[in-house]
Design a protein around this ligand. Structure first.
Ligand SMILES: Cc1cc2nc3c(=O)[nH]c(=O)nc-3n(C[C@H](O)[C@H](O)[C@H](O)COP(=O)(O)OP(=O)(O)OC[C@H]3O[C@@H](n4cnc5c(N)ncnc54)[C@H](O)[C@@H]3O)c2cc1C
Length: 409
């Protein structure tokens, strides 16, 4: 088959999706310009779980080795009810003994991708450029900035995160909803490596959720770190700040006594940050010469820990579809087709599960406490849950995605 012609591609956002897409597409021969709003982007955020799917994409980019150096291996997700009864105990090895998750500081993923983008010969990175929208031109799409048009590209990739400004002008129908619940998070030093091997969660009903994720070594420094998460209703956040830290620390400690010395690292409520979540829905992710990737396309609550992994997979899938299709229009349509089942499964499951873990409902928490331990004991259901955690599921009727037999790095 004839190779499709190289395109001039503009990518808005140099986060997980935008950076990974720029690398794949430049290596496929396209001319790529990345526009990033932040003038001097730096590593921010807390821990994320890099699933085997995300690891595979990074391995294809030749970037897994530096990530492995700074990440913590995670072998299971262990969620219990306050008091200790297991809700779910999902182990990667139940599917394949070679699989594991990686607890990683979001900043390490950012820095690794960002460094690679800066080194990549086919990518021009323009930081400090705020893209405010797009205008469809005759043979391309023009990016608009605060002072007028920036440039016209054959294809624009909107990878500007869950609060995407390109939703308004991109011409792809989208629904956006804010979740009423978010999470407080704090990254603590864990020199003694008290927390290891598992993402541990403790819940009480649907109103209280505590989580702790070994996060490897942060983007700077060599001390091991751990990420603490505490569920909170966004509307109650101001009240939480006013109430002072002492009562909150006592409550968190009642969920996991091991966390007490880590909470001493918090002396000011400003150190504990609030993450808010959005749910972004699109029936297809492409329009005429534009495609949405990552959180801009399908932001979800982090209940299943998949956001960064899906963003990485999006980038790889887009490059593969564009390489295989005779025209840009075919490639974009092929991309939406290829992503439908995988993204559909994770969006459906996240929407179904989030209120069971984060809502004001007494009934949903009660129901979860009865049903989930049963599912955890039934082999096929437990395996479905593990495959969902790994990032491979495409719904019950479709075969899961496959990972290559051997690590390509
Ligand atoms: C508390 C929390 C926990 C999470 N846990 C996990 C987890 O365990 N596992 C997981 O996989 N994911 C997790 N996620 C989600 C994950 O961080 C995101 O899904 C992922 O980073 C999305 O990448 P992205 O590139 O789409 O967006 P982003 O990383 O948000 O990048 C968007 C980029 O676009 C830039 N930008 C925005 N607007 C403009 C503009 N107008 N012009 C130019 N540039 C612009 C931004 O500055 C940014 O650099 C979590 C998220 C949160 C909040």
């Amino acid at each position: 088959m004839m190779q499709p012609e190289p395109k001039d591609i503009g990518i808005v956002g140099c986060g997980t999706a935008g950076a990974a897409a720029s690398l794949f597409l430049a290596r496929a021969g396209h001319r790529v310009t990345v526009y990033e709003r932040v003038a001097d982007p730096g590593p921010v955020g807390a821990g994320i779980t890099l699933q085997p799917t995300g690891q595979m994409v990074l391995a294809r980019l030749g970037l897994l080795a530096p990530i492995l150096e700074r990440a913590a291996r995670i072998d299971r997700l262990h969620a219990v009810r306050l008091g200790g009864r297991t809700l779910v105990d999902l182990r990667y090895a139940a599917i394949d003994p070679r699989l594991f998750g990686l607890g990683l500081h979001r900043g390490v993923l950012f820095a690794t991708l960002h460094d690679a983008v800066q080194r990549e010969p086919g990518v021009t990175l323009r930081c400090g450029v705020h893209v405010t929208g797009v205008a469809h031109a005759k043979d391309g799409v023009t990016l608009l900035g605060e002072d007028g048009p920036l440039a016209t590209h054959d294809l624009v990739i909107a990878a500007d995160g869950s609060v995407s400004e390109l939703h308004a002008t991109g011409g792809v129908p989208v629904e956006v909803r804010e979740y009423p619940w978010g999470a407080l998070w704090f990254v603590a030093e864990d020199r003694a490596r008290t927390f290891r091997d598992e993402l541990y969660q403790v819940v009480r009903g649907a109103r209280r959720m505590y989580g702790v994720l070994p996060t490897g070594r942060g983007p700077s420094g060599d001390a091991p770190v751990v990420s603490l998460f505490w569920s909170v209703k966004v509307a109650d956040h101001a009240r939480w700040r006013e109430a002072g830290l002492a009562a909150w620390k006592a409550e968190v400690t009642s969920f996991d006594a091991r966390i007490a010395p880590f909470l001493e690292q918090i002396t000011d409520a400003k150190q504990v940050l609030l993450a808010k979540y959005r749910d972004v829905r699109m029936k297809r992710w492409h329009g005429d010469r534009i495609v949405f990737l990552g959180d801009a396309a399908h932001a979800m609550s982090p209940q299943l820990g998949q956001g960064a992994n899906l963003a990485l997979w999006d980038a790889m899938a887009l490059a593969d579809e564009l390489a295989a299709a005779p025209t840009l229009a075919d490639g974009l349509a092929g991309y939406s087709r290829a992503r439908r089942r995988h993204l559909g499964h994770y969006q459906f499951m996240t929407r179904a599960l989030t209120p069971l873990f984060q809502s004001s409902s007494g009934t949903l928490g009660w129901l979860r406490d009865r049903v989930m331990p049963l599912g955890n004991r039934i082999g096929p259901i437990r395996r479905l849950m593990v495959r969902t955690m790994i990032g491979l599921e495409q719904g019950i009727v479709r075969a899961p995605l496959r990972l290559p037999a051997a690590n390509p790095e």
